[in-house]
Design a protein around this ligand. Structure first.
Ligand code: ADP
Length: 673
């Protein structure tokens, strides 16, 4: 029977535990699943958001580049039919920053650059200069040669006269007569030409100037020399890439040759104030060199206009674009660095962001941006029409930004999730404890009912036996009858005390217990309590001592309730003491309190039990088979009453040595304290 009820109890408990587990585990698992879905979604959402953002930026940058190029092409359209190609060349190179230009006329023949054979120094043998040259170059008789040149320097043919002046200057310089050589050379270099358009004369003058530069370089530095040098360089530079005049003064290859010589002279003479001019000249010369190379390899006719194509010129990679105007075909050239600067739109948009861009030409060559970005490009777009087949790719720098951004958001979800799970677990824990307490309480109540029935049954059964015996007259004599009646009275008293306790507890439980407080003498309480347990103490052979430390102040208390307190403590002292019961009551005055101390030499209590003995239904030995009567209510009733009197109860106990329960009740104000 007992085994069966234990099984049912266990079954009920298991049900509760299972229910709680489901209540905690189910929401936790659901939350975890939900979180994993959210995390996956978040990655996708962040990726889409960022990709869309960067696609917009990309479109902006592409639009900027497109409008830049539309403007550049439009400016090419405004080019007038040219007579002097250097005016166009200068503009396109210096203002529009192209690194080369080729202009063809409507028939496809090159207007610029045009090359011509350099006129040699070799004069035919019938030339008036033949003798002088013979002396200078074959015999190396420089002073004789100088004299011969001198005699020809006033020749009626300006070509001969100019060549003679140059020859004389050359010979003088070879003789080390540098000052004279410089004087002579100046005459040729700055000669007033009768025919400015004669290319032979022009070339002779430019040659004289170059010679002057080299002689000046060899001679010592002086203010006069610097001035001449300056003048010569200026004159040369003015003639080079000269936009004035109807047509180019010199063919492109000769122009370039002189430009290089001028640059050499500028470099070796350190003419600081001409740094800007040197810079321009360097740019123009480089562009001219590239233009000459382009004119040799690139043809004006093509299926493709207004779109950049890649080609190699002079072993460098360049980008060319053909453009047709009304009267001519233009080819503009951009070097690798030149074309990279055309993509400032992308640079402005993407520098300072977490992304990197890379521009590739139609052949897949890197052109601008980050040459080797990490990872895979997350989006790409074609460049504007001026760059056919080109594309721009976008990358994320420093790892995947999608992942980073998603991670931030995911961390927020994770922490929220963890917090919720912790809260669920805590709530589960509290619920488990509450349910456990409830289970324990209901078990205690069940035990209580069993105990109450058991406790009531014993005195009732013995009273019934005694009364039946008396009724049947089964007694030897009057003394025995009296003894039976005394025993009946004792059982009755025990029964009453037990019922009193149950009733007090019941009232206590329902908060119905009312106390009538009055000024009471502590000794009176002690006397009534002792009176009540006297018979029992005698029956159990208790050694009892009482010590009342009079005079004691009165306390404000409910007399009967306080008697219940002491009776319960004395009753326990007797119950939980083995043979040779030594029980003592001490009543004494402690400032502000009157103390009732009940001590015994009984079984004592461990620290753990001491903490719990005031709980309802708590018994150290709760088995039904235990010897002592009671149902774990006595001390809870004691504590309830003491608390109601604003007092305190303390226990000092050692297992096997005995216990002392001390009740402190506050003294009535102004009452002996
Ligand atoms: P009970 O009816 O079981 O005596 P009480 O509430 O009076 O219930 O006491 C609770 C428990 O405290 C007892 O079951 C007992 O184990 C322990 N106890 C009470 N008084 C003493 C004491 N004087 N010495 C040792 N144990 C005691």
């Amino acid at each position: 029977m007992k085994f069966g009820s234990a099984l049912i109890k266990r079954h009920n408990q298991l049900q509760w535990v299972a229910l709680l587990a489901v209540a905690v585990v189910l929401p936790t698992v659901t939350l975890l699943w939900f979180m994993s879905r959210v995390v996956a979604n978040e990655r996708l959402v962040v990726r889409q958001k960022l990709a869309a953002l960067y696609q917009d930026k990309l479109a902006d940058a592409t639009a900027k580049t497109e409008s830049l190029y539309a403007a550049r092409l439009a400016s090419l359209d405004k080019i007038k039919p040219v007579t002097n190609p250097y005016s166009l060349f200068r503009r396109l190179v210096l203002e529009e920053n192209f690194q080369g230009v080729v202009v063809w006329d409507a028939d496809g023949s090159a207007v610029y650059p045009q090359s011509a054979d350099v006129a040699g120094n070799d004069a035919p043998s019938d030339s008036p200069l033949a003798d002088a040259r013979q002396q200078e170059f074959a015999r190396q008789q420089y002073s004789e040669a100088a004299q011969l040149y001198d005699s020809l320097s006033t020749h009626s043919d300006p070509r001969v006269a100019l060549a003679a002046m140059i020859g004389k200057s050359r010979c003088l310089s070879k003789l080390g007569r540098l000052e004279e050589s410089i004087d002579e050379c100046q005459k040729a270099a700055f000669a007033a030409l009768p025919d400015r358009e004669d290319p032979v004369l022009r070339l002779a003058v430019e040659n004289a100037r170059l010679l002057l530069l080299s002689v000046l370089n060899r001679s010592g530095q002086s203010p006069l020399h610097s001035e001449i040098l300056h003048r010569t360089v200026n004159a040369l530079s003015n003639d080079l890439y000269n936009p004035a005049g109807d047509r180019a003064l010199l063919p492109a290859n000769q122009n370039l040759f002189i430009a290089k010589k001028v640059l050499e002279a500028l470099q070796s003479s350190n003419l600081a104030e001409d740094a800007k001019a040197t810079d321009k000249l360097t740019k123009l010369a480089a562009a001219e060199e590239l233009s000459i190379a382009a004119a040799e390899t690139i043809r004006p006719f093509s299926s493709q206009f207004d779109g950049f194509f890649q080609t190699d010129l002079d072993q460098q990679r360049v980008y060319g674009l053909r453009h047709r105007t009304q009267s001519s075909t233009l080819l503009v050239l951009l070097s690798e660095t030149g074309i990279a600067s055309a993509f400032s739109g992308y640079q402005d948009t993407f520098t300072g962001t977490e992304s990197a861009y890379r521009i590739l030409d139609a052949a897949g060559n890197f052109v601008a941006g980050t040459p080797r970005p990490a990872g895979k490009s997350f989006t790409a777009a074609p460049l504007p029409a001026a760059f056919p087949g080109w594309k721009v790719e976008l990358y994320f720098e420093g790892g995947d930004v999608f992942e980073k951004a998603a991670r931030r958001q995911i961390a927020v979800y994770m922490w929220t999730g963890v917090l919720v799970i912790v809260l669920i677990l805590m709530a589960g824990g509290f619920a488990t404890r509450a349910v456990g307490k409830q289970i324990r309480l209901s078990r205690l109540k069940n035990d209580f009912i069993a105990t109450v029935s058991h406790e009531l049954k014993t005195p009732l059964a013995s009273m019934r036996v005694l009364v039946d015996t008396l009724l049947e007259g089964n007694v030897r004599d009057e003394a025995q009858a009296k003894e039976y009646l005394r025993l009946t009275a004792k059982e009755n008293e025990r029964l009453s005390r037990m019922i009193d306790n149950f009733l007090t507890f019941s009232r206590m439980e329902r908060n119905k217990m009312a106390f009538t407080l009055a000024d009471v003498r502590p000794a009176a309480i002690a006397n009534d309590a002792i009176e009540s347990v006297k018979t029992k103490f005698v029956a159990h052979n208790c050694h009892f001592a009482i010590d009342v430390a009079e005079p004691l102040p009165e306390i404000q208390a409910d007399h009967d309730a306080m008697v219940t307190v002491l009776v319960n403590l004395l009753d326990n002292a007797c119950k939980y003491t083995a043979e040779d019961k030594q029980i003592a009551v001490k009543i004494f005055h402690d400032p502000g309190f009157v103390c009732f101390a009940v001590s015994d030499n009984g079984i004592g209590l461990t620290r753990k039990h001491t903490r719990r003995i005031f709980d309802r239904f708590y018994q150290v030995d709760s088995s039904l088979a235990r010897k002592a009567e009671g149902c774990g209510l006595g001390l809870s009733i004691v504590k309830f009453i003491v608390d109601a009197h604003k007092g305190r109860i303390d226990v000092e106990s050692k297992p096997g040595k005995g216990s002392t329960f001390t009740v402190r009740i506050p003294v009535v104000r102004g009452n002996g304290d």
